[in-house]
Structure formats: C-alpha cells, structure tokens
Design a protein around this ligand. Structure first.
Ligand SMILES: Nc1ncnc2c1ncn2[C@@H]1O[C@H](COP(=O)(O)OP(=O)(O)OP(=O)(O)O)[C@@H](O)[C@H]1O
Ligand SMILES: [Mg+2]
Length: 425
C-alpha cells in the first residue's frame, strides 16, 4: 500500500475506494488501471481516457498510452443506465461470465478479457479498433462473404451447445439460475415484446404519413397482436438455450478477415430463434436502407444481393449444422431420432422468423431505434423504409410457421417492398 503511495499520486485514496462501487470518470479509469497495474507497463505512463460508449446502458472508456499507442477498453456498469434509469448491476457479471464462456467455445470471435472487477462492476478488455462496428459497415454497404458461416458457427458453439439435450437437464437448470437476468429480461419484455404493440407508445417518432397505418392497421391487427403475444409467452417461459440476448449488428465488430461479438449483458435462457431472428432483422435494416436510398445503383444491387444471400446462408447453414451437431452430441435417450431433430429444428426456424419480425417492429416504432433507418434524411425515403419494414415484420410474425426455408425470407422481403411501394404511391 505504501509503495503505491510513493509511486503514484492519489493511489491510497483510490485503492481504498475500490472496496465499494462508484461510477468512474475518465481520470478515475486511468487511476484504476494504474492502481490495479492492469494492461499497461510501468513505462506506458502517458495515459489518456475517453468515453466512447454510444449505447443506453453502460460507460465504455478507451484508455490509450500516448507513447506506445497501445489501448484498452474499460466497460463499467453503474447503478443507473446512461439514460439515467435505475438498474441492477448483475448484467455486468453475466456479461463477463458469458464472454469467458464464449472465449472457450469461439476464442477468435470475442474480445480478449484482461480483468473483471465484481465490486467496481467493470470489465477490462481488448480494444477492437482494428475492426469496424458492423452496423456502420453495413450502412457503408460493405459486404463480408464469411459472415453467414461465422455467425452460424458462433450460434452453434455458444448457444445451441447449451441446450439440455447436450449438457443434461440438471446442469442446465443450475445454469438457468446462474444466468437469470431479471433486469435485462424486463427490458426485453417491455421494449421489444410489449410497448410497440400498445397504443400508448404509438407516439414513437416515425414519419407522420405512417401514423394512420400504425394506428388503424398495425396496432389494431388482432392476428398480429395474438401472434406477438405468443412469442412473448415463449420468451418468458422457454429456457431453451443460453442466448447472447442482444445479437444485433451493433454488437458485432468486423473487418475483411474476421469478426468479434461484444455486449452479451442481456444473456439469458430463452428460445434460440430470438438471437438468430435478431441477426436477420438487423441485416434487413441495412438492406432496406440501401433499397430506399439507392434503388438503381449497381453497388446497392450487389450489396442487397449479398444481404439476401447472407440471410439465406444463415438459414441453410444453421439447418445443416444444427442437425449434424444434434446427431453427434445429443445425450438424451428420448431425443435421438431424426424425426425429433427435424421437429426441433422447425420450431427454432419458426421462432427465428417470429423474433426477426418482433425486432424489426420494435426498432421502427419502439423507443430504441437503429441508425440504419433513423439517419435517412429524406422524409419520403424514410417513410417508405418504415412501411416496408413494418409490413415485413408483420408478415414474419404472423406467417412464421410457413417461413422455414431460406428463400421464404427473400420472398417476404420482395412482397413487403412491392406492397409498401403500392400503398405509398
Ligand atoms: N472491446 C471494444 N473495443 C472497441 N470498442 C468498443 C468495445 N466495446 C465497446 N466498444 C464501443 O463502445 C460502444 C458501446 O459498447 P457496448 O455496446 O458494449 O455498450 P452498452 O452500454 O452495453 O450499449 P447498449 O446500450 O447498446 O447495450 C460500442 O458500440 C463500441 O463503439
Ligand atoms: Mg449493452
């Protein structure tokens, strides 16, 4: 302790403070890394910190040594979200546990973790500055040929593998307890699975021209409301596998050689289709953005074709790998037949379409928007994008039992585009 006082200013005070939680500012993050002697060498002492978080939940700092240029990320969860809502901090521990688990299964697909602090509720991890946030990459119409295969590998190894069919029901039930994520599930159940369908929330800022459609059709659509309610029931009651829980393009960092998946703080046991549906929905946002902005351009056509191929690739590759994984690894004596695996696969694919639809809807009329659509400047183009997506979202939810083959998605997409174009002429 005394040594620390002699070496660094303020260290004694800081060290004592780390015995109870407080939200760190930029300087305090630097003090923290020095006091804990994390990541940087003693020679790397020209540290600067910057808060780079753009989310709603946590504080994310990049700390860089100006001498060596090396940098690290510190992500801290506070008792309040960045948007000032009081929240439990268990999500931070769950995020750390899940990153650790994912690193065992897919070491090349998660950031390296250097340190976890349960009191300060912060994770010190690799800076993914060599990668780009996939949402922004997609907004620039970049394509990544390996994406469908890689994301399916991640889904099989880190999500499907946690089913009780492989690990046994005793172990899984204990895991369900460990990963019971009360606050995160509450947010999902309100923001994704409820609010977009309630009149009270129809004030969400969508283009005015879409309000009559939203009020008079979408939110009055009893079939849609019933099917959305069934998917909410499933999310609440079905502990099928351990999900990432927030697997959208903003949680993926990517470049031409690989990808890393961050932010599993919403991890919980729920239907696998919720995660796959999220991936697909967020690919569609980029597709529709490109469609309304540059319908005729060759670059856009190429990009949209890549998105469609990627969605189809995810479905076909998941189908193949899921069946194989199940056949090779199932331990439950009752689940060994081919018919059983096929039955289960169909349930997951149905859920995938349904939850893709729910994700689309909530990002258009819910409180948490996506930049892909929100940043479209032209009101008519934005209105068209919103209408296409709401029609697509509805279709995927209501007709999910029919949407199992890869090409059903592209057909649903084309249909929504044609319908919305006709209605908005
Ligand atoms: N390991 C990392 N390397 C580089 N940048 C990162 C890293 N982790 C987070 N970031 C940056 O911080 C942003 C927010 O990170 P993250 O999504 O983990 O925070 P969050 O508070 O959980 O956000 P949300 O409200 O979306 O849940 C990311 O979009 C990215 O720009
Ligand atoms: Mg998050």
């Amino acid at each position: 302790m005394i040594l620390i006082i002699e070496l660094f200013d303020r260290k004694l005070e800081v060290k004592i403070m780390y015995t109870s939680h407080f939200k760190m500012n930029e300087q305090e993050v630097i003090d923290y890394l020095k006091a804990k002697q994390l990541f940087f060498t003693a020679q790397e002492n020209k540290l600067i910190a910057k808060e780079i978080g753009d989310g709603n939940m946590n504080y994310v700092y990049r700390v860089t040594d100006q001498g060596s240029g090396r940098s690290v990320i510190v992500k801290q969860a506070d008792k309040y979200t960045r948007s000032s809502r009081k929240i439990g901090q268990k999500r931070n521990k769950i995020e750390f546990e899940l990153l650790r688990f994912e690193a065992e299964k897919c070491p090349d697909m998660v950031p390296q973790i250097f340190h976890y602090d349960e009191i300060m509720t912060c994770i010190v991890m690799e800076d993914l500055k060599a990668y780009q946030n996939m949402r922004f990459a997609l907004m620039e119409e970049k394509s990544f040929p390996f994406f469908s295969q890689k994301i399916v590998e991640f889904i099989i190894k880190t999500i499907v593998s946690t089913m009780d069919s492989f690990v046994g029901p005793m172990f899984k039930r204990k895991q369900v307890q460990k990963y019971t994520n009360v606050d995160a599930c509450d947010i999902t159940e309100r923001l994704v699975l409820t609010n977009p369908y309630r009149e009270k929330y129809a004030q969400a800022p969508i283009e005015e021209v879409n309000l009559p459609y939203l009020y008079n059709h979408f939110q009055m659509d009893q079939q849609l409301l019933l099917e959305a309610a069934k998917l909410k029931y499933k999310f609440k009651n079905e502990t099928q596998a351990l999900l990432h829980g927030d697997l959208h393009s903003g949680s993926i960092f990517i470049n031409q050689t690989g990808m890393k998946i961050i932010d599993p703080e919403f991890a919980c046991y729920a239907p696998i289709g919720y995660d796959i549906g999220n991936v697909i929905a967020n690919l569609f946002f980029a597709h529709i953005r490109s469609y309304v902005l540059n319908p005729g351009s060759e670059q856009s056509k190429y990009f949209r074709q890549w998105i469609e191929n990627t969605v189809m690739g995810i479905i076909t590759d998941f189908t193949k790998k899921f069946l194989l994984y199940f056949q090779e690894n199932v331990t439950d004596a009752m689940e060994k037949s081919q018919d059983y695996r096929q039955w289960l696969l169909h349930l997951i694919l149905e859920d995938t379409a349904g939850y893709a639809g729910l994700e689309i809807n909530r990002r258009i009329i819910g409180i948490a928007k996506v930049k892909d659509i929100e940043s479209i400047q032209d009101k008519n183009q934005k209105a068209l994008a919103e209408r296409i997506l709401l029609m697509l979202g509805r279709n995927l939810i209501v007709n999910r039992t029919q949407i199992k083959a890869a090409e059903n998605y592209t057909a649903a997409l084309a249909e929504a585009c044609a319908l919305a174009e006709r209605e908005m002429k």
